[in-house]
Design a protein around this ligand. Sequence first.
Ligand code: MF3
Ligand code: CO
Ligand code: CO
Length: 322
Amino acid sequence: MAKRKLRRAPAAPKSVPPVLPALIGPRRAVPREIPRPPYALTGDPGRSRPHPVRSPEVIERMRAAGRAAAEILRYAGHHVEPGLTTDKLDAIVHEKTLSYGGYPSPLNYRGFPKSVCTSINEVICHGIPDSRPLANGDIVNVDVTIFLDGVHGDTSATFAVGEIDEYSTMLIRETRNSLYRAIDVVKPGVPINEIGRAIENHARKFKLGVVREFIGHGIGEEFHGVLQIPHYYDSRARTILEEGMTFTIEPMLTLGDPSLGVWDDDWTAVTLDGRRSAQFEHMLVVTADGCEVLTMCDDDAAMGHDASGAAVAQAGGADANP
Ligand code: MF3
Ligand code: CO
Ligand code: CO
């Protein structure tokens, strides 16, 4: 038998102290004049429309929702600092979303109790904002979704809290880069599994794990549509991309084994080995010759990417993240 190269486990230690559940405040109110998605009262999103291609009129509305989501995310990110509780971050996102005339999509989606997801350190996704203050050295993903003019805009980013260690810096940088490698392959005629292949190939170069249980999704009038976008290579994901399809790509990469567990709150997903995880998410539409990222923000531009996801030539180059 040929000798296989052993894939050495990354040296990153487990994240200490572990993130623990804290107090969850009451549900925030939404003024009656703000239009709500169908699940706002019952928690039940109902069925998604089966057809993944959206009309130009819907895409135009998604452009506005996507832009709003990106602005809210950037606004939230600027508030991230040691001492801020994730509950306060929830208030910031909630109020900012209302100021656009939008509804914070997570609120009561399948019973989710808050207006944004905040996932710290070894929390992979769906962290519930609570009374825990952010600590220097933490990393936190903020996942913003707004329901505006009948459609959802969904985007997330992982932020450093104060000074973070080298592993966390690399994890954040390469998780973002894996998202851009994936966006680069999106165009009509390409099978969906090329997206996951690009992410997995990128992750492997940095010995990062790829979470398999949570995937990108179709989006539009519904929060989670029928399209499924795995972030790893799945030979069965053979659907061919078509112009007008709208979906998210939202890779979660880990410093260790990507196996996960879920807390008793039925939402908070954590790595079983306690090592850190990062995530970035964009919502996009497939165009005639590529794609348009609907949740682009100035910070992406500063990182050297334009709305097509392409690296823009500039001093330092696309991968020279600060
Ligand atoms: N925004 C998440 C996503 O990217 C979904 C959060 S669902 C919630 O798909 F209920 F937790 F808000
Ligand atoms: Co999201
Ligand atoms: Co999403």
